[in-house]
Design a protein around this ligand. Structure first.
Ligand code: ATR
Length: 273
């Protein structure tokens, strides 16, 4: 921990629950590595308007927002940037002298993680899931100029609503065998601990994809990623998305480059890798 004194800047995460959040480990390590007099804490929040008042009153410099508050907080801040407005969710608050700005770095996390292994412009992408995370991922993909996007979801009505917002085609999870795409992204919670033997797509379909990304990061090697590896696909782990959304937050809050290797190390240590 950095030395704490009367000049220490306070940052944090608000969510419910937040006990398992990896963000405090990542951000405190980043502050320490860059010599910032700053600390990042986890706040379990059920009174959201009260918490926003607290951020203002206490001068908390920057806040991460997680489930279940990402959507509801949109109406409580002074300004929502266009990206967060389009996604309909805020995962990052920047406090500029009492003026609270909401933005979203989840899409950057996904795009940056994918771009480590593939170009996105001109590619066709199949996204499984149509929840909040999917919305951020899909908006990011559209901004990167993908040539085609298909959204498949268990609840087809949700797939349709999201597809209409981002000019994509849509279907149920059972309607994907004829979809032409080279990149597959799972945004559903299928395969997450404790249901580690579940997989959101039939493994026989995996050889058709060049790149497979899973946003599930517990376990780090989901069954989907293991099967995709066996099928010869390049894989992108969910912890990379988590890492890069945090990297983007650090850079927005401090205006400096984030110490990425240190943050990645903190993440790996917190999940016991
Ligand atoms: P998040 O913000 O993490 O995306 P969410 O909005 O609750 O969370 O969305 C969860 C996603 O996982 C949804 O696409 C959900 O499908 P439904 O819209 O049909 O609920 C999907 N999902 C969760 N459990 C699933 C399961 N057992 N099989 C298939 N899809 C599942």
């Amino acid at each position: 921990m950095n030395y704490l004194d009367a000049h220490t800047d306070l940052y944090g995460i608000i969510g419910h629950p937040v006990g398992h959040s990896l963000s405090p480990a990542i951000h405190n390590m980043a502050f320490r590595a860059t010599g910032k007099n700053a600390v990042y804490l986890a706040f379990d929040v059920t009174d959201l308007p009260g918490a926003v008042g607290g951020i203002r009153a206490l001068g908390i410099k920057g806040v991460s927002v997680t489930i279940p508050h990402k959507e509801a907080i949109v109406d409580l801040l002074d300004e929502i940037d266009p990206v967060a407005r389009r996604i309909g969710a805020v995962n990052t608050i920047i406090n500029r002298a009492g003026h609270l700005i909401g933005t979203n770095t989840d899409w950057m996390g996904a795009v940056h993680a994918l771009k480590e292994v593939t170009e996105l412009k001109g590619k066709r992408v199949l996204v499984l899931g149509a929840g909040g995370a999917s919305r951020a991922v899909c908006m990011g993909l559209m901004d990167m100029g993908v040539a085609g996007l298909h959204i498949a979801n268990r609840t087809t009505e949700r797939a349709k609503v999201l597809a209409e917002a981002c000019n994509a085609s849509w279907s149920g999870l059972d309607g994907i065998s004829g979809v032409k795409a080279s990149i597959l992204i799972n945004t559903t919670s299928v395969g997450m601990t404790p249901n580690v033997n579940e997989i959101p797509i039939s493994p026989e379909l995996l050889p058709y994809f060049q790149v497979v990304m899973d946003i599930v990061y517990s376990p780090t090697d989901t069954r989907l990623l293991r099967e995709a590896s066996v099928a010869g696909c390049r894989t992108v782990k969910g912890i990379k998305m988590l890492l890069y959304q945090g990297v983007a937050q650090f850079e927005l809050w401090t205006g400096e480059n984030a110490p990425i290797p240190v943050m990645e190390q903190a993440l790996r240590e917190s999940i016991g890798m």
